[in-house]
Design a binder for this molecule. Sequence first.
Ligand code: NAD
Ligand code: ZN
Ligand code: ZN
Length: 363
Amino acid sequence: MSVQVQGVVARGKGLPVSLETIVVPDPGPGEARVKVQACGVCHTDLHYREGAINDEFPFLLGHEAAGVVESVGPGVTEVAVGDYVVLNWRAVCGTCRACLRGRPQYCFSTFNATQKMTLLDGTELSPALGIGAFAEMTLVAAGQCTKVDPAAPPEVAGLLGCGVMAGLGAAINTGNVSRGDTVAVIGCGGVGDAAIAGARLAGAGTIVAVDIDDRKLEKAVHFGATHTVNSRNVDAVEAIREVTGGFGADVVIEAIGRPETYEQAFYARDLAGTVVLVGVPSPEMKLELPLIDFFGRGGALKSSWYGDCLPSRDFPMLIDLYLQGRLPLQDFVSETIAIGDVEAAFEKMHHGEVLRSVVVFGS
Ligand SMILES: NC(=O)c1ccc[n+]([C@@H]2O[C@H](COP(=O)([O-])OP(=O)(O)OC[C@H]3O[C@@H](n4cnc5c(N)ncnc54)[C@H](O)[C@@H]3O)[C@@H](O)[C@H]2O)c1
Ligand SMILES: [Zn+2]
Ligand SMILES: [Zn+2]
């Protein structure tokens, strides 16, 4: 039996989101229906609402979630009813060219639910990142459910479903930050602060946080930044060089997704250093730099999709670190809100008031 629940829908480019009744089908083969307990508001949801990802409106937003498996379709063995899970957008296929070469973190053919959730009139919804979890119930591919220790509360565990995992992984997996490395992170929202926390966890020495908002910089120190730069007032590249012996950082992580901040990242790294782009640019953005500088500075220019994470490997491990008190995931939660407050949460994000607003169901 399909169920009807309330969900947060973006109907058109730039329009405020609305709370609508949505129809969630019974899980089919390979699918699981999940009772969502908490779902964080990520900047990518706002990108969807603004039409910056694609034009497949209406979207069912929300993709940073934890909950409990309510029912499973035929043939599902990965999870069972009652399992406590974090939803992921990298259900690896095991058979694509990336998976076959032993690089499942790049899987080019990830699974989503086959059936569509709809509005009451039958209009099909596009779930954000194949999840759609600003809803009391959602339908996903069973492989999108990663079991974690239920001792972690849902508003904390769900963070690993997107932004915080992306940031941690940008440092640990993509940037391969190692003991003693100097690291700079440009943009200290939820993703950037997670990159800072990841750099600290990996043993970085100097960690420079760059933002245009002093409140964000204060938070960044809490997560492990050793130096802060307000790039509204000073030149970010110069400031990063100054605290890294005049050379630039070994790894610079761009967590905004803009050409001007990418350019800062490019020039703020040491020779043979690494730039990691984890911020998501809009399709019209362009970058123009002298080609000789790409050659002359050497090193690696990488993008980080979802922190190059493998959910089955990384989510339980990071939850364990959190439970041991070694990763302060709880401090990313600025506020818990009700499902009707997502539009207001976008405003707060826009004004830099929050790291993460997290919708808690039943609140
Ligand atoms: N690669 C991935 O897999 C992935 C996953 C999740 C999110 N993201 C992306 O990461 C980016 C950050 O997400 P978030 O949720 O942390 O967003 P956010 O809005 O919470 O944070 C952005 C931060 O950048 C700062 N900022 C803005 N312009 C700046 C500038 N010119 N110079 C310095 N700082 C500036 C803001 O003050 C803010 O602190 C977004 O583009 C989001 O779509 C990527
Ligand atoms: Zn694959
Ligand atoms: Zn996200």
